[in-house]
Design a protein around this ligand. Structure first.
Ligand SMILES: C[S@@+](CC[C@H](N)C(=O)[O-])C[C@H]1O[C@@H](n2cnc3c(N)ncnc32)[C@H](O)[C@@H]1O
Length: 365
């Protein structure tokens, strides 16, 4: 049974969707280690907006130190298979990319180009520098990413390809040749892989013939090749089974797959958050970098746009926002989205009533 305690929505059943009102540096430590699949967040930019939240620091150094504290907490909660998207203004993006690179493996510095915006109207001649038409997003993964997958895959490969590696090694040993002598015979250092179970490579027909000549043997290449193809397809099936140990990245030719993105900014409306991000952009990130049922975190919710996108796409969501008005706006938006999702549910009885207390109960599902 969920409880609304002061300004904090909590749930007593464990770790469901949570909307937390307060400073993210105080609230992030309440989240468990390795509990988040995707961090999609749009932190303050540092003196770009006139709002208090963008002018909290005495200097750029203070701002960067604060960002580092946030990044360290993010590292703790993000799973090794997780992804981080960090929005940045064009002036601080380079410095943030370097900082993020100290704690994560930076994968891309994405340039979001906006067709509409103030650049169309401003008096460019008076600026003495180019007016930014872009926002940046630093896309990164944990430094230990891929380790779980690689250790599973290597263990499976070792087991599956062992008979072929043994076969090659038996031929080699009965001819009294070392692996480096075989590499010289083939004229390639990769020939060592013909004798390794964990990184087995099928010899080319030409290299196999050279080796057989050296071994004084007359095996058939087609036998080896046939056995290899069978084992390889078994190996690929196993690899698919371990797909969940891999960072999701689901792009197709129909969506942006380069590091230059074109999305329209959100048009002005009464009550709009100063930095509201467009739904199409957020849905793209959520779809590409998480799977249904995954948990998405935004520690700077603003209007709640990330939570809205995550819930529409059937992900769980954890959101934090310090400003009371923004929190209220985010909470209302996310609850509406959550309600929509529940009403869409095919299972009878899952839909929530419109009553506020019951909406809160939905948060605990
Ligand atoms: C750039 S805006 C996010 C806008 C959001 N992406 C959207 O689409 O509406 C940054 C937000 O971070 C919030 N914020 C600033 N400092 C914070 C802190 N220490 N902890 C949590 N939220 C904070 C601000 O109140 C602001 O709403």
């Amino acid at each position: 049974m969920p409880v609304r305690w002061g300004i904090l929505l909590i749930d007593l059943t464990g770790f469901p969707m949570r909307l937390l009102h307060g400073d993210c540096l105080e609230l992030l430590p309440t989240l468990p280690d390795n509990s988040i699949d995707l961090i999609l967040t749009d932190p303050p930019y540092y003196r770009v907006k006139s709002n208090d939240w963008d002018n909290q620091w005495d200097s750029e150094v203070d701002f960067m130190q604060w960002c580092e504290r946030v990044l360290i907490e993010f590292s703790r909660v993000l799973k090794p298979t997780g992804s981080l998207y960090w929005f940045a203004g064009p002036y601080m993006a380079a410095k943030l990319e370097l900082l993020i690179g100290q704690h994560y493996q930076v994968l891309n510095h994405i340039v979001w180009v906006k067709r509409a915006g103030r650049h169309n109207g401003c008096r460019k001649e008076g600026l003495r520098k180019y007016f930014p038409q872009t926002e940046r997003v630093i896309f990164a993964e944990p430094k230990q990413a891929g380790k779980a997958l690689n250790s599973q895959i290597n263990a499976q490969a070792k087991y599956l390809f062992k008979p072929l590696a043994d076969y090659m090694n038996n031929l080699r040993k009965s001819a009294g040749l070392t692996i480096s002598e075989c590499e010289s015979i083939c004229g390639s250092t990769t020939a060592g892989h013909y004798f390794s179970a964990s990184q087995f490579h099928l010899p080319s027909q030409q290299n196999f013939t050279k080796l057989l000549e050296a071994f004084g043997n007359s095996e058939k290449y087609s036998d080896l090749e046939g056995r290899y193809r069978d084992i390889q397809s078994e190996f690929l099936n196993l690899k698919a089974k371990y797909e969940h140990l891999r960072r999701p990245f689901a792009v197709t030719k129909d969506v942006p797959f380069t590091d230059v993105w074109h999305f329209e900014p959100v048009a002005f409306y009464e009550g709009k958050h100063q930095c509201e991000k467009p739904m199409a952009l957020l849905e793209h990130m959520v779809t590409v970098s998480s799977r249904p049922g995954d948990r998405v975190l935004d520690a700077f919710m603003g209007s709640g746009s990330t939570g809205d996108a995550a819930i529409r796409l059937k992900r769980d969501f954890v959101g934090i926002e310090a400003d009371a008005d923004n929190f209220e706006m985010a909470e209302a938006r996310i609850m509406k989205s959550r309600k929509g999702r529940e009403l869409q549910s095919e299972t009878p009885g899952q839909a929530c009533s419109a009553a506020q207390s019951e909406v809160h109960e939905c948060l605990a599902l």
